[in-house]
Design a protein around this ligand. Structure first.
Ligand code: C2E
Ligand code: MG
Ligand code: MG
Ligand code: MG
Length: 282
């Protein structure tokens, strides 16, 4: 987006720019119809107890397959969906589908598996997110703590007047609230202190460099210190190696997710992993 920033209100026309705009229009046109055409599905990445290897939760990650565009990763379309506002409908679909899946796993005898859902800051504006979440939980007879909502640091600075009340209402239902990709964005530590959240997710941006990169080590230590100091939980993202796992355990990080354990899995594959050896890895 920064490449498109206009100076003095106008910018030079270039063929590359026109191409970019056409591409955007193409994505946005297909995106508008994606729900009705049933083009989305969710995959579930295990969150794993770093010490024991047990699966403790699942993060739901959206996947979009469109016949013309092919496989689109969320990094390529969530921004568009936020710009057009489609994210509100898409986010509602994701929330309901993740809860439906958690209930299906429960009904299949797996117990209640907490599902973490990524929520856009746009979903906090307007519609009452807490009431909506309450209705979906009731529909599937799920307890509040079967659901975790991941917000990016952006909610910390957007400072929508209703955010604090929404978070308090969600927390009162037992819903687990976390800040995703912590450290990547704005680090509004003052808001962090004011919002009634349960935990932080340590960004894979920093996890990827440990244990060798000294500045990444420093950031991971700092984030772990903030979590400990504020009494918050901590989940490490993007754990890819045994060396990273050992570093995080030494740092006192209890839970991680990443390719070392599993990528996003189909519901059946996820259930199989939970059943096989109680979801233990390694
Ligand atoms: P995120 O929430 O931080 O999710 C983690 C991303 O890292 C996922 O990419 C996941 O597949 C990837 N990942 C997991 N383990 C590893 C690892 O060990 N190494 C590496 N290199 N990557 C790993 P994905 O699925 O492409 O999602 C990208 C982002 O798109 C997510 O980042 C999230 O911000 C957003 N997103 C995904 N699904 C949704 C959704 O349903 N709603 C909204 N609003 N955003 C979503
Ligand atoms: Mg996430
Ligand atoms: Mg993340
Ligand atoms: Mg991310």
């Amino acid at each position: 987006e920064s490449k498109r920033r206009v100076r003095n209100g106008w910018q030079r026309f270039t063929p590359a720019l026109a191409e970019g705009q056409q591409e955007r229009l193409r994505v946005e046109t297909h995106l508008r119809r994606a729900i009705d055409n049933a083009e989305f599905h969710l995959v579930y990445q295990p969150q794993v107890d770093l010490l024991q290897g047990r699966i403790v939760a699942a993060e739901a990650l959206i996947r979009w397959h469109n016949r013309q565009l092919g496989e689109m990763r969320p990094d390529h379309f969530i921004d568009h969906a936020e710009t057009t506002g489609d994210i509100v409908r898409i986010g509602a679909w994701v929330l309901r589908e993740a809860c439906r899946q958690s209930a299906a796993w429960r009904d299949a005898g797996l117990g209640v598996i907490r599902v973490a859902v990524n929520v856009s800051f746009r979903q906090l504006v307007g519609d009452d997110l807490a009431a909506h979440v309450g209705r979906v939980l009731a529909e599937f007879e799920l307890p509040g703590d079967a659901l975790e909502l991941e917000f990016t640091e952006r909610v910390l600075i957007e400072d929508a007047p209703a955010t604090l009340a929404t978070f308090a209402a969600l927390r009162a239902m037992g819903v687990v609230l976390t800040i995703d990709d912590f450290g990547e964005g704005y680090s509004a530590l003052n808001y962090l202190r004011r919002l009634p959240i349960h935990g932080l997710k340590l960004s894979q941006l920093f996890v990827s460099g440990v244990p060798d990169d000294r500045s990444d080590v420093a950031v991971c230590e700092a984030v772990a210190g903030i979590a400990r100091g504020l009494g918050l939980g901590l989940v490490a993202e993007g754990v890819e190696s045994e060396a990273q796992r050992r570093f995080l355990i030494d740092l006192g990080v209890p839970v991680g997710q990443g390719f070392l354990f599993a990528p996003g899995l189909s519901p059946d594959e996820f259930a199989r992993r939970v059943r096989d050896g109680g979801g233990r890895f390694g």
